[in-house]
Write a protein that binds this ligand. Sequence first.
Ligand code: ATP
Ligand code: MG
Length: 363
Amino acid sequence: MANPTLLILAGDGIGPEVMAEVKRIITWYGDKRDMPFDVTEDLVGGCAYDKHGTPLHDDTMAKAQEVDAVLLGAVGGPAYDDLDFSVKPERGLLRLRKEMDLFSNLRPAQCFDALADFSSLKREIVAGLDIMIVRELTSGVYFGEPRGIHTEGNERVGVNTQRYTESEIARVARSAFELARRRNNRVCSMEKANVMESGVLWRQVVTEVHAKDYADVELSHMYADNGAMQLVRNPKQFDVIVTDNLFGDLLSDAAAMLTGSLGMLPSASLGLPMANGRPKALYEPVHGSAPDITGQGKANPIACILSFAMALRYSFDAGSEADRLEAAVEKVLADGARTADLLGPEGGSPISTTQMGDAILAA
Ligand code: ATP
Ligand code: MG
């Protein structure tokens, strides 16, 4: 069988620094576990603009459509702040998401025991937390028409439209149910069916998809405002949460703070199944290009490494290898390895990006 294919787009800022550690891990898989990947590297964001005058070259886009998975570092930085909107680094990432039709955004909120005191909540509320928020990413109020600012009488009016089709809801619901089957078989769907028509349809369609194909998964519904409250009151009651673009944006950022540092958080964006049965996929750390620490060897590579672990699980059918990699991360943290972002107020001496990579490889 052909090797699995991976397109690496390290991007800008700390992107290449954290990706260097992932590349060592990928090499390790080939050498030590007889799991070779065919890796192609290319440019996205500011570095692509510097070379090609566009944040994503058509050839790169075409490669992204062909591979089993794309792994991205970060895009953007102060050098590109004054560029025209149409060629901003972030547009490269948006184009990838749009043309690959990545409608399902997975953000785990997982609390490693060694870091539980970092949470904005008490240790007992978050220790051992492991939930997944599935956010619809390509529709809803951020895209609905009509939109704009116009004048009515003597004042201005700003308009956005929350709009969801049945098929848009059904496909993200499916992706959440599929995920739940690989986890603890529980999904909580969040909307505001009490005050929004799109919420009424959301609840209907999720219920229908569930009854038709996923009756083995436990399904509950919650209004999103209550969901926000429950997420900070008792987050461990959840396993998979599925919600729309707007609510998912807010809930996943709130959930991120349950777990501590931005340097720890991976994500996956999934599309429809390809010929091999697995979804189109792009994996990336939640953090940005972190210009304030670029080039100093300080960046925490764990978010990017855990993003690769998600790729192992969801794109490469290697769930037990993903478990192994996550366990290695857990172990080095338990042993006290800390990049600068993981040092509490009591301080300590931080290790570098490369040293963190060394420790994880050794584990
Ligand atoms: P973007 O606009 O690209 O999303 P942002 O303004 O949200 O970027 P980040 O680039 O993610 O911000 O950085 C926010 C803060 O978190 C910065 O102080 C940065 O140094 C820190 N940070 C982000 N990622 C990491 C990391 N992997 N390791 C250590 N610190 C990080
Ligand atoms: Mg940001």
